[in-house]
Every structure is written in C-alpha cells, then in structure tokens.
Design a protein around this ligand. Structure first.
Ligand SMILES: Nc1ncnc2c1ncn2[C@@H]1O[C@H](COP(=O)(O)OP(=O)(O)OP(=O)(O)O)[C@@H](O)[C@H]1O
Ligand SMILES: [Mg+2]
Length: 254
C-alpha cells in the first residue's frame, strides 16, 4: 500500500470542492493510505484581530508569543481540525482528529526562541500512533501543534509538519493543497520545478510569503518522497492516475 501525506492549507479549508474530495476518493480506490496535516492561517489571523493581538511573519513563519500560541491552538484544535474531520466524514471517508502534541505525535524543538518565539521544527514523529489508526482504516487528521521541550507546546508551520510526517512514514507522496493552482509566475502555473529553478524564483521574489515554507518543504521532501506536488483544493488534483498542479523534480528532465 502506498502512503500519501496531504497538507491542507488553512487558506482553502473552507473552499474545498467536491472535485477535490472526488480526487481523494480516487486515491483511496487506487490503494493509497492517507494522513492529513492542516494549517489555519486566515482563521488564526481573524482570532488574533478579535483579541487585538498584533502578529508578524518572518520568512513565512508566524512569530509566536504565548498569547499567539494560545490563539493558534484554540483555532487549530477547536475549529479547523473539527471542520476537516467532519468534511471528510460527510464524504464517507472515516477520519479521526489528532491534537499532535498528545502522545508526542509531533515532537519539536525551538527554531530560534529569540527571533520566532514558540515556533518549532519537528524532531520526531510518533508513527506508532499514526499506524494504529491507519490499520483501523481511519484517516488521521493532524494539527500542526507539537510537544516541545520541558513541557512546552510549539507552533509548527503546517507545511514543515507535513514534510516531517511524510519523512517519518517514508511516504511515497507529499501533496500540499492550497488556495492557488500551484507555483505561479506572472499568473501562469509552473507545471514542474527543480531545486535550482525554485531557488531562483525565491531569490527573484516570485515565490514569497507562505509559498516559501511550502516550496522549501517540497524540495526537502524530494530526498525521501518519490512524488511531491503543490495543488489547488478548489479543483480536482488526481484524475485517472494523473496529478495536476506543480510537480517538484530532483533534476531537470532531459
Ligand atoms: N509564486 C507564487 N505562486 C503562488 N502563490 C504564491 C507565490 N508566492 C506567494 N504565494 C502566496 O502563497 C499563498 C499560499 O500560502 P499560504 O501560507 O497563504 O497558504 P496555505 O499554506 O495553503 O495555508 P496555511 O498557511 O493556513 O496552512 C498563496 O495564496 C499566495 O498568496
Ligand atoms: Mg502556509
């Protein structure tokens, strides 16, 4: 059985189309087992606004004070995770929501406490827990909140979290679902990218903001995953064995 880790952007969670779920079902029919990791960017922003808390990003990562962390956990675990599990169940896909700091499903360490606050990079994944649910044919849906050192809880960029899960499970495929059709340049979709091409697009500023952790995760995942794509959640992403969006490749195809 092949494994695909799907990162579902908070940016698109409310706009997932029927054709997106049809693609998910096509994957399940083609014998893929699936693990979801989700984000919650826009909803966390809205919550912080309500709380009158300023929020800042550095290289696409949210600087996370204790207050921001509380808001992020509340939104991710209490709202976004619940929504995604219900959507999957409405589609007849049995799913189970996991708060990833529980049982150290995701374990992380501070990236740079002074610069970023409570932001972590995943150091370990409790894959036994994930395998337990996969064996029971339940699709795990993970929040990007990890168990940190000394009783802390850390906010992990959901793209980074998905990459770490894909690595831990030796997944065949990492799929990052977002609110745009893939990596765009001058409004046009780039159907395939190598590491060098991606780097050049970051340097020239074509790739910016939230797309930076996404493409960095994609490139890192190529070391262990055979297939890495960024796709839209508003359209079908997998039809008759063909994947859409931007595909990442180790080298230029000749
Ligand atoms: N070259 C690019 N091509 C496409 N999108 C880009 C590019 N550069 C920057 N972006 C931005 O990246 C965004 C996607 O990343 P973003 O972090 O906002 O969403 P997400 O990761 O899907 O959601 P979340 O962060 O909530 O999990 C796009 O909506 C777009 O505004
Ligand atoms: Mg993002």
């Amino acid at each position: 059985m092949k494994t695909v880790v799907v990162k579902c952007g908070g940016s698109v969670l409310k706009e997932l189309s029927q054709s997106f779920f049809d693609s998910m079902k096509a994957l399940i029919d083609d014998d893929y087992q699936i693990v979801f990791v989700h984000g919650g960017g826009p909803e966390i922003n809205a919550m912080l606004e309500q709380m009158n808390v300023e929020s800042e990003f550095k290289n696409g990562l949210r600087v996370t004070s204790e207050e921001v962390l509380q808001a992020a956990e509340l939104v991710l675990s209490g709202s976004m995770n619940r929504k995604l599990v219900r959507l999957l169940e409405q589609q007849g896909i049995p799913a189970i929501g996991l708060q990833s700091s529980d049982q150290g499903v995701l374990q992380a360490d501070f990236i740079d406490q002074e610069e970023l606050g409570f932001v972590g990079d995943v150091t370990d994944v409790n894959k036994q827990v994930l395998e337990l649910f996969l064996q029971a044919e339940l699709l795990p849906v993970l929040t990007p909140i990890a168990k940190g050192p000394n009783g802390t809880v850390l906010n992990v960029n959901a793209d980074h979290a998905a990459g770490a899960v894909a690595y831990a499970l030796a997944a065949d495929h990492l799929l990052m679902v977002t609110d745009v059709p893939g990596v765009l340049k001058d409004g046009a979709l780039l159907p395939s990218l190598t590491a060098d091409e991606t780097q050049a697009l970051i340097e020239s500023g074509v790739i910016s903001g939230g797309m930076i952790p996404k493409v960095n995760t994609a490139l890192k995942a190529l070391q262990s995953c055979g297939h890495v794509h960024i796709v839209s959640g508003k359209k079908p992403f997998y039809e008759n064995g063909t994947w859409h969006g931007t595909q990442f490749n180790k080298e230029e195809s000749s």
